[in-house]
Design a protein around this ligand. Structure first.
Ligand code: UD1
Ligand code: UDP
Length: 454
């Protein structure tokens, strides 16, 4: 019986779960994998199991392609079956795909706690299936491993208890760290394979999001941007879905005629990192590639209208261009010929320090997993409520723990300026600070009185 059962469906999930699986194994923990099979082509799935030397999955659910509801529902039905057979102490998933939503829902409805790696990302764009998925998964999970401070703040702002949130960093930084030495050795080889000379100006391009593939207009603009950037050697490792859409839109044939563009199959992780290391700029609508670009110091042009990774813009590692030809071309040229000449210095990587897997595995190895299972609380007044309380009176100077114990409340977050922050148990509350609490109304009222609120 596997204590930890990881559900993995697509390329980025396998890559981002690998560091956690390795760290759990190092601690002698029992960890098994279920391959949901949302991605099934060798180059979107099996290649990563091999490269990261992951254990063979105990089951392949073979969910495959289909509509949003089909993938989610089939994952639920098939995950329920394997969960019933394996009865793990905890189920886990990474990110915001239909595989993650389906497996999380199946697990919690069976009373099996779910742990969500890469929780708390928000684009506030409900036209994205991923935004729907990540919000739902975060709210049903017993533990949310938030990769960044902003992700943790998003969870707190939605009322998720800080006891369920652990700030870890993104495991993609760990994955890069594990693969970087071997990837570096491959850079020259991969560049020569795709026909890029050492001194040539080059760029990697990837596109796979529905917001782009679903619009012939947006795809035409991206293709026109590629055409305009004729002085740049461009390599496009193409997702099979993108290839099919471009074909249908009649855009693939013209693309094949551009001498400065090489369309290739999706690459394995080592080769992809090797390629990134060899180019000056990356243009992408991928989430993981944005984080990798920032981590490796490669400037990134983001082919989206919004991003759940605003840290990219905050540190100057990325520019949002949407799919407008002029904006893409302008952003790429600014990177290449502007002051920075395609170099990027990231002093403190907001996505993590390469130790996210360790933090997650330490938590999982030390917690009583059974205690994370859903239980039914008892409320004397029927239900708790949220409230914001300004600290004052007898409350100022008390620690978070003291407030929680004395009034039987949860301190959900502490407001620091405009930001919500995870409250540390031993932290003393200063006069004038705003705290957000969850508890039964009469207890909140008593805290407000003690705080001097009329
Ligand atoms: C999915 C995720 C997306 C993630 C991406 C990672 C959702 C809602 N979306 O998008 O968040 O960024 O994976 O790459 O879960 N196909 C193949 N071979 C495969 C798999 C798919 O050819 O092995 C084709 C099929 O035509 C399929 C299409 O790609 O219909 C889309 O695949 P799907 O898994 O539905 O979504 P992605 O766009 O890959
Ligand atoms: N990737 C890869 N080969 C490729 C393109 C991407 O290994 O040809 C990796 C990339 O390094 C990143 C992940 O796939 O870690 C991103 O996956 P994708 O763009 O499919 O999904 P997203 O991150 O947007 O969910």
């Amino acid at each position: 019986m596997g204590a930890h059962l990881f559900f993995l469906g697509t390329r980025p999930e396998i890559i981002k779960a690998a560091p956690v699986i390795k760290e759990l194994e190092k601690r002698g923990e029992d960890v098994e994998i279920v391959n949901v099979g949302q991605h099934y082509d060798l180059e979107l799935n099996a290649v990563f199991f091999e490269e990261f030397d992951l254990p063979r999955p105990v089951a392949d659910l073979g969910v495959g392609s289909g509509s949003q509801s089909y993938q989610t529902a089939e994952t639920m039905i098939r995950a329920e079956e394997i969960l019933g057979e394996m009865l793990p102490d905890i189920a886990l998933g990474v990110g915001d795909t239909n595989s993650v939503l389906g497996s999380a829902l199946a697990a919690v409805k069976m009373g099996i706690p779910f742990a969500h790696v890469e929780a708390g990302l928000r684009s506030f764009d409900f036209t994205m299936p991923e935004e729907i998925n990540r919000r739902l998964v975060d709210h049903v999970s017993a533990v949310d491993f938030a990769p960044t401070e902003r992700a943790a703040a998003n969870l707190l702002d939605e009322g998720i208890s800080p006891r369920r949130i652990l700030l870890t960093g993104n495991t993609v930084v760990d994955a890069i760290r594990a693969m970087l030495p071997r990837a570096r050795e491959r850079t020259d080889r991969i560049l020569s394979k795709v026909g890029i000379g050492k001194r040539e100006i080059s760029m990697v391009l990837t596109v796979h999001r529905r917001e782009n593939l679903g619009s012939a207009e947006r795809m035409r603009e991206i293709v026109l941007a590629v055409r305009s950037l004729s002085e740049v050697k461009i390599v496009w490792p193409m997702h099979p879905h993108t290839k099919r859409r471009l074909e249908t839109m009649g855009l693939l044939r013209p693309l094949r005629e551009y001498d400065h563009l090489r369309i290739i199959k999706p690459l394995g992780y080592l080769d992809f990192l090797a390629l990134l290391l060899g180019v000056k700029v990356v243009a992408t609508d991928s989430g993981g590639i944005q984080e990798e670009a920032a981590t490796l110091g490669i400037p990134c042009v983001i082919l989206r209208d919004n991003t759940e990774r605003p840290e990219m813009l905050e540190i100057g590692a990325g520019t949002l261009t949407g799919a407008a030809r002029d904006r893409i071309v302008g952003a790429v040229r600014r990177v290449l010929y502007g002051r920075t000449r395609g170099r990027l210095r990231v002093d403190k990587n907001p996505f993590g320090d390469g130790r996210a897997g360790e933090r997650i595995a330490d938590f999982l190895a030390n917690v009583d997993l059974k205690s994370l299972a859903p239980t039914s609380p008892r409320f004397e007044e029927g239900a708790p409520a949220y409230s914001i309380v300004p600290v004052g009176g007898r409350v100022s100077g008390l620690t978070v723990r003291e407030v929680e114990e004395r009034w039987g409340l949860r301190v959900i977050s502490i407001q620091e300026g405009a930001r919500s922050k995870i409250p540390e148990e031993g932290e003393s509350l200063r006069r004038g600070t705003l705290i957000r609490v969850l508890g039964e109304p009469s207890r909140i009222e008593s805290l407000r009185r003690a705080s001097g609120v009329r």
